[in-house]
Design a binder for this molecule. Structure first.
Ligand SMILES: [Zn+2]
Length: 203
């Protein structure tokens, strides 16, 4: 075997070793030696089948940036009834809880539920018809308010839900970014609000 052939073989071995070490697309190579990367940009109109449920643009990690003040508070039937039982002024007690302006909202179905409960709940009904309460129209059938409230807060991340109903609270907790307000003995307590509010609520 001639010396030239041996040298040639050695050289090809060397370059093979080198090739094994870095890819030809490696950015450390000179642009002229580099093979252009074959990755094509994905066409934007191609549906991404792996996409998960879309998170609301209002969410900054676990913090809901759309939350007040003024706070928009969706009130359910038993929250009103508990408040009446404990002789709490709804709007004033809400403000004492959050230290900011609060606007209570009642939906048609909540009003419907209260009307259905009969004369015992006349006072509750009178309270929610106060001008400080905002009325929300319902387009759904029936008056099952829990489903209505869950659906609303899933779609619009601007509400706090005020309820003392265990089942409803459990459902709301599964939805990110929705704080829950409930009636304690002589005040309202807020749950799942940004940290700054928690020490106040725990007083
Ligand atoms: Zn409704």
């Amino acid at each position: 075997m001639g010396k030239k052939v041996q040298l040639k073989r050695l050289q090809t071995q060397r370059s093979a070793q080198l090739k094994r070490m870095i890819k030809t697309t490696d950015s450390r190579l000179k642009p002229t030696d580099r093979t252009p990367s074959k990755k094509k940009p994905k066409p934007s109109d191609e549906p991404n089948l792996m996409e998960k449920t879309q998170t609301s643009s209002a969410m900054f990690f676990q913090y809901n940036t759309q939350l007040g003040p003024p706070y928009h508070i969706l009130v359910d039937t038993n929250f009103i009834n508990f408040s009446v039982k404990n002789k709490l002024d709804v709007v004033k007690t809400m403000m004492d809880c959050l230290y900011a302006k609060c606007i209570p909202y009642v939906t048609d179905c909540v009003v419907g539920e209260l009307e259905k409960l009969g004369p015992k709940y006349k006072l509750a009904l009178r309270i929610i018809k106060d001008s400080r309460f905002e009325r929300i129209k319902c387009l759904h059938r029936g008056i099952y308010a829990d489903d209505c409230l869950v659906q609303r807060v899933t779609q619009h991340k601007c509400y706090i839900v005020a309820t003392n109903d265990k089942d409803l609270k459990r459902r709301i907790r599964k939805i990110p970014g929705v704080p829950i307000m409930n009636v304690a003995l002589n005040r309202y307590v807020i749950e799942r609000m940004p940290d700054a509010f928690e020490p106040m609520a725990k007083k």
